[in-house]
Design a protein around this ligand. Structure first.
Ligand code: SF4
Length: 323
């Protein structure tokens, strides 16, 4: 099952579990209520809903299924008899989804589902006893395997501001990447792309920030496509690490340095105080960012204006008011 809630080509496309999108496709014929954050994301992104269990032909209502096996070899089978194994069908459905939605840059998964859950799905023994909550759902795991750059989170984890910000940042970065390389990769493109992402990556993971420069220094010496693949993989992995107030503050101070000779000592003092207020948790990130933008509007700097850190996603203000 697939629905599209917005046909805009410009917005990043997120997949979403169909039950979270308001469709009565759960095994018991119900929907799952989306939380505020899922609703906000659906309003700001293009979304497309999929239900793997309906997609492989299971109806509504249907017998419940769950994960059985050892940690590295789980199968998805019916709870009652363990005789019906849907693992390969659901994996094949995930491949269909990736094929049908080539512009997809992220996916809102469904907490706890043996198909669509992310990271903490319950696993049972062959005898049907609970073993651990340590699995991805089968569909989610296959999505991750097929496209490791996809931003994945479940509706439960999206309640965490840091994870939510990282999810949105990754989805938007992947969208930017897909559009940037649509006509092919060049050494110039890689360098320009990296130039715009430097401070955002610094905010998320300093070791990756330090590794990418030497990596791109190989452009022109090493085969380009493997280099591009390693570059975007390193960048997206870095963005998957939630930024902290401390790491954001570090970047804010770096960016403020570009204003050193352009604003008055009093303005510099006020800016430093605000960044410090943010670092110590007294104001949200949007406050120092807004003041920086104000100063850069009066004192334009092409390098800083091009930094994705200043505007990493649509309606950044609303998300950044939370972090
Ligand atoms: S969790 Fe996934 S498989 Fe289950 S009803 Fe929702 S979309 Fe369908």
């Amino acid at each position: 099952m697939a629905t599209t809630t917005d046909s805009s080509e410009a917005l990043p496309l997120l997949g979403i579990g169909s039950c979270l999108a308001g469709n009565a496709v759960r095994y018991n014929g119900q929907t799952k209520s989306p939380n505020t954050h899922v609703r906000n994301l659906c309003e700001r992104f293009q979304t497309r809903a999929f239900c793997p269990e309906m997609g492989i032909g299971l109806g509504v209502p249907r017998p419940p299924i769950h994960l059985v096996g050892d940690e590295h070899a789980v199968r998805i089978v019916d709870v009652e008899t363990h005789e019906h194994d849907y693992t390969e069908q659901i994996r094949a459905y995930a491949a269909q989804v990736v094929q049908q939605a080539p512009g997809m840059v992220g996916y809102i998964l469904v907490k706890g589902s043996p198909s669509c859950g992310y990271g903490r799905v319950k696993r049972y023994s062959p005898a049907g006893h609970f073993v651990a909550s340590d699995q991805d759902g089968i569909f989610a795991a296959e999505l991750r395997r097929l496209d490791p750059l996809l931003a994945l989170e479940d509706d439960g984890r999206l309640n965490d501001p840091g994870l939510r910000e990282s999810f949105v940042t990754r989805a938007c970065a992947y969208h930017d990447w897909k559009r940037s390389v649509a006509d092919g990769v060049s050494a110039r493109l890689l360098v320009d792309f990296w130039s715009r992402y430097k401070y955002l990556v610094m905010a998320h993971h300093v070791p990756a920030y330090k590794a990418i420069g030497p990596l791109l220094a190989q452009a022109g010496k090493a085969p380009l496509q493997p280099l591009a693949d390693e570059f975007i993989s390193t960048l997206m992995t870095a963005l998957a690490r939630p930024a902290t107030r401390r790491s954001h503050s570090n970047v804010l101070f770096h960016i403020a340095g570009y204003l050193k000779r352009r604003i008055s000592p009093e303005q510099r003092r006020r800016l430093s105080e605000l960044i410090e207020d943010y670092r110590t948790g007294q104001v949200p990130l949007i406050v120092p960012i807004t003041l920086l933008k104000h100063h850069f509007a009066d004192n334009p700097d092409a390098y800083i204006n091009g930094q994705v850190f200043m505007d990493p996603y649509p309606d950044a203000a609303r998300l950044r008011s939370l972090v």
